[in-house]
Design a protein around this ligand. Sequence first.
Ligand code: ADP
Length: 589
Amino acid sequence: MPGMFKTFRFRLFLSYLALSAAVLGAAFFLVYQCIERAELSTLKSKLLDEAALVSAQLRSSDLASPGLHALAHSLGLKVRSRLTIIGADGRVLADSELDVAGVRAMENHSSRPEVAGAMKGGPSYDLRRSATLGKAMLYAAYPVSSGARVVAVARLTIPAAQLEAAMTMLKKALSAALALAFLLSFLLGLAVSGGFSRSFNKIVYGSKKFAAGNFSYRIQKDFHGEMGKLAETLNSMSAAIEENLRRVEFQSQQLAAAFANMAEGVLITGPDARVTALNPAIERMFGVKAETSVSKPLLEVILNARLSGICGRAVSGGKPVWEETELFAPVRGVFSVNASPLFEGGAVSGCLMVVHDVTEVRRLEAGRRDFVANVSHELKTPLTAIRGCAETLLEGAIDDREHAMKFLGVICEHSKRLDNIVGDLLKLSALESYAAEVKKEAVGLKDLADSLVTSLASVFRSKKAVVSNIIPADLRVNADPEKLGQVFINLLDNAVKFSPESPKVEISAQELPGSVKVLVRDNGTGIPQSRLARVFERFYRVDQARSRETGGTGLGLSIVKHVVELHGGSVGVESAEGRGSTFWFTIPK
Ligand code: ADP
């Protein structure tokens, strides 16, 4: 309940009431005074008029006559007031309400203000509390003149009680009017403050909703004037905020989507080098989880002083830092790190770190460099041999027929080698190019293998190789026959090449779910376990000399791997040194 006295409505009502009380009180006072004055002056002039009439009735001769008492009594009755006749010396000569003895006992009246005034020759008047009666009395005195001389004064007295009664009546009437006016203003105040506070409360309620973030709320506008305008302004303000919020939310959603789907890792730290956000790419790169990382120090989240150092330098220097660094912990790789300081109000407030995993790019670059070096090295050997022979021939060996033939043989052999290398390189680059086309069709595996065994018959015959093809006749795959043929040729060629005399080679196939696995087994030299992983690399040879001797380029298995992978399959080898090898590949059906 005490709260009620603090409400806007109560205060409004109270000030309304206070204002009307003040206005009505002042009006009451003024009206009362005005009426009192008017009433008094009417009574005064009436009494003075009567005093004048009485004085006109009196002759100077009457004053000394013994009939003066009787005259005073009769005149007093006529004017229904007390009449006192006072002589020029102030002595009371007669009184309408006293007998002779009483008159004689009266004191001298010359000092009474109305008497003194009339003595000067004009009407005079006074209102005062009577010394003898103790009541408020109204006195009116008029001179009785003989020629220019004032010989006596006729004084009329009436009790002011008459006036007081009239004023009391007036007070009552005015008070009743005042009370009515006050009641009316009370009711009016109640109604006005009620209406006003209802709209005010609605606005307060709406404002509270806005403050709580409910910007879709609208204040009901069933009122007009300034309050209506205020409600309208608040409503449009909230609509504008709602629209802005929506836009900001949309933008932040877009940013969040970009943040979440970026290939680059993004990590943000606060002023105390604690992580405030990181994206899924960072989670993947460093095997951390955003939920458990936020608000932890960066060094604790990614245990690598170099990364924290880059961030620290960006923060302390106030400018972006870029660095490519090889990390060994918590993961191994090459990372390109871009750290930019974040500013808030002119001061550095954190760091935005963008991390790009360039391990694969750098690995490919290194591979390419190695490849160029390898190719140059591979080409250099036959070229040096050819050049050496040619120079020897030019220097005169050409005339020595026997030697000349030997040199020409070497030139021929090495140029074949060059041709093989360039041929394989061309095949590889064709397979690696983006435009590598795979013209797939249903291929009967057994028939394809048979036709290739036939085409390689002379090779097999020269090594007395026994090749058996036990692929089931009805096995078909969806593949490019020409490219798949190349795979068979390379595998069969190797199987014979890396075997001593009379090797046994077996081609078989198994159906797997969704693919076919083809195996080429030989009983040749085999490959040491430690080298197995690298045989599919370009220019990799287990035994350099032997491979060269047999005309190998070191590219055959790379071509096999490429073709199989172009078909969506995979390759592998199982081997034991001295006990032969089994190369296999799968082709989806
Ligand atoms: P190359 O032209 O030397 O044959 P490849 O890429 O075909 O090149 O083979 C790479 C290396 O793998 C060979 O040099 C050889 O050392 C080894 N290798 C390939 N096939 C066999 C096999 N059937 N038996 C033993 N070693 C093999």
